[in-house]
Design a protein around this ligand. Structure first.
Ligand SMILES: [Zn+2]
Length: 341
């Protein structure tokens, strides 16, 4: 059963949210409640400047205090378009010493690994790859494809498989930054994924502890103590002053997909052709999306893409093409076979 045949949902005439999205309603012109409530929340030039300045001040402070730290930034490096561009920004716009950390979820495409190697080499960046036991990870993903592990609110923003994977990555990154005493953690989130207000923010230990628990408990029920090395320890949570600042600079810089790809090409990145159009690096993505669409009737990225359409970062047609492309059955079958589902 493919999504296109099973449903042909009415979508908002302004953004792209479908009638199947939880809690949505439309007015007579077919405009959704989110669009009607929207008051131009995209970052103003003034806000962007303010947050970049905040980051520059922190860099200045941390460089003054620096004694024996080995790196300035720990970059969450997926090898995708946005994280590659962000890595370049940290190195060449802000002249920082970056350690790129890649979580190999065992579904990273070959092209993506080639890209990451080339980019790190061209930028002169050290690259740390962590690849947990594939049997353990696949057990988690297999279960996540079949069971509900998280709240419905979480599932409005991402699939159960992606939420599991991202949860592991976020905790692992945080733990690594604390252990290595790296003051900044970098993310390549697009303006639709995270607002400028959170672009330069000290990690809140208490909040992170709650967030981690919501991921840790269901994953621990599946994989037991084997997942522990990916998570922040209680002892670390007791020392919030050692927590890093989170920085996602794409929120305060100009975001233009064409320019990003153009710059990435200059530093050795080639757009992978073997993956889902929404994710330029993960071979599990198409399956994760299909499972979510069949179960909930909407695409797990539709919220994020609708935000970008509303903010004028993407036009509506581009958004539709990202969210309602033909099914990539080959990719779906590959992931299913790998997981034994
Ligand atoms: Zn709308």
């Amino acid at each position: 059963m493919s999504y296109k045949q099973s449903t042909n949902p009415k979508i908002c005439t302004r953004c792209i949210l479908p009638e199947t999205f939880p809690g949505i309603s439309f007015n007579d012109e077919g405009i959704c409640n989110h669009c009607r409530r929207y008051r131009g929340q995209q970052a103003t030039e003034e806000q962007k400047k303010k947050y970049e300045q905040k980051f520059l001040d922190l860099i200045h402070e941390s460089t003054n205090q620096r004694i024996s730290q080995s790196y300035d930034v720990l970059m969450a490096y997926s090898g995708g378009k946005d994280s590659t561009y962000t890595l370049d920004v940290f190195v060449n716009r802000y002249n920082l010493r970056v350690l790129a950390l890649t979580f190999d979820n065992t579904f990273v495409s070959k092209q993506s690994f080639i890209n990451m190697q080339k980019v790190c080499e061209n930028l002169g960046v050290d690259h740390l790859i962590i690849r947990p036991d594939p049997k353990m990870l696949r057990n988690i993903f297999r279960t996540a494809a079949k069971e509900e592990l998280y709240s419905l609110k979480t599932l409005e923003r991402a699939s159960t498989i992606c939420t599991s994977c991202i949860g592991l990555v976020k905790s692992l990154i945080l733990r690594t930054a604390i252990e290595k005493e790296i003051p900044f953690v970098g993310f390549g989130w697009s303006p639709g994924q995270a607002p400028v207000q959170s672009s330069v923010m000290k990690t809140n230990a208490a909040l992170m502890k709650t967030t981690q628990k919501a991921i840790y408990e269901p994953l621990h029920a599946i994989a037991a103590d084997a997942i522990n090395p990916c998570f922040v320890t209680d002892e670390q949570f007791d020392n919030p002053e050692k927590f890093p600042w989170n920085i996602h600079p794409l929120a305060f810089l100009d975001y233009n997909e064409e320019k990003i790809v153009e710059r990435n090409n200059e530093i050795g990145w080639i757009k992978p052709d073997d993956t889902d159009p929404n994710s330029t690096n993960c071979l599990l993505n198409a399956y994760a999306n299909q499972v979510h669409r069949i179960k909930y009737g909407f695409h797990p990225y539709v919220w994020e893409i609708a935000n970008m359409v509303r903010a004028g970062i993407l036009d509506r047609q581009e958004g539709i093409e990202k969210i309602y492309p033909p099914e990539n059955e080959e990719m779906v079958d590959y992931a299913k076979q790998e997981l034994g589902n």
